[in-house]
Ligand binder design. Structure first.
Ligand code: TYD
Length: 201
C-alpha cells in the first residue's frame, strides 16, 4: 500500500506521516520516506530553491518541478517500488500532488503536470492536510529551518485552492482539517487507513 501525505509547509503533514508510521509499524512492515529526497537531485533542487532570487516565476518553478520529477523517478525506483514489491506499506511525505499544486500556482498547466507524472505508482490513499494559510504561516514562524520560497500569502492561498481541487482527482483522497490537535488528526488518519486495509485497498 502506498500512502501519500500532502499539504502546504506548516500544515503538519510531516508530523502526521511520522505518527502514522509509528502506529502502523506496530503491526505492519512500513517505510517512511519523503520528497524532495536526500539523493543528489533532491539536494540540488533544495539548494537551488534557497539560492534562487526569482522564486515564484513560471520559468523558475518549471525548472524546479522538473527537478522534483527527476528526483521522483529516482525515489520511485530505489525506494517506493522495491518497498511495495516486498509487501511493505510505503508512506511518503509529499509526492505527485506537490508538483501539480506548486506548479499550478504559477500557471503551469496542471493537466500536463499530471501527465508527466502518470507513470509513477498511484497512491492507494492520499491525505491532504488542509490548513488556513494564515495558520500555516504562523506555524512556520516558529520553525528554525523555514522554507525560503512559497511563503507569500497570496501564493499559499492559490496553492491551497489548487491542492484541494486537484486532490479530488486522486482516488481515495481525503482532505483533512489540519487545524485540530495532533492526536485527533492522527486518529482520524489511522481509522481511514485501517478501513482501507480491510477493504483490501
Ligand atoms: P519540503 O517538504 O519543505 O522539503 P524539506 O522540508 O525536506 O526541505 O519541500 C520543499 C519545497 O518543495 C516545498 O515548499 C514544496 C516544494 N515541492 C514542489 O514544489 N514540488 C514537488 O514535487 C515537491 C516534492 C516539493
Amino acid at each position: 500500500m502506498l500512502i501519500a501525505f500532502e499539504g502546504l509547509d506548516g500544515s503538519g503533514k510531516t508530523t502526521q506521516a511520522r505518527l502514522l508510521f509509528e502506529k502502523l509499524s506496530q503491526s505492519y512492515s512500513c517505510i517512511l520516506t519523503k520528497e524532495p529526497t536526500d539523493g543528489p537531485i533532491g539536494l540540488f533542487a533544495r539548494d537551488n530553491m534557497k539560492s534562487s532570487t526569482n522564486k515564484d516565476t513560471m520559468e523558475n518553478t518549471l525548472l524546479m518541478e522538473a527537478f522534483f520529477i527527476a528526483d521522483r523517478i529516482d525515489h520511485v525506483n530505489s525506494v517506493i517500488k522495491p518497498g511495495l514489491e516486498s509487501g511493505k506499506v510505503v508512506i511518503t511525505d509529499r509526492y505527485v500532488l506537490s508538483t501539480i499544486a506548486y506548479g499550478g500556482v504559477v500557471g503551469i498547466d496542471t493537466v500536463w503536470l499530471a501527465e508527466l507524472n502518470k507513470s509513477f505508482p498511484t497512491p492507494d490513499i492520499t491525505f491532504l492536510m488542509d490548513i488556513d494559510t494564515q495558520a500555516a504561516m504562523e506555524r512556520l514562524k516558529t520553525r528554525a529551518n523555514k522554507p525560503q520560497v512559497f511563503e507569500n500569502k497570496e501564493f499559499l492561498r492559490v496553492a491551497r485552492y489548487i491542492y484541494k481541487n486537484e486532490a479530488q482527482k486522486f482516488k481515495n483522497s481525503h482532505v483533512i482539517d489540519a487545524d485540530r490537535s495532533q492526536d485527533t488528526i492522527a486518529e482520524e488518519i489511522f481509522n481511514i487507513v485501517m478501513e482501507q486495509m480491510q477493504k483490501g485497498h
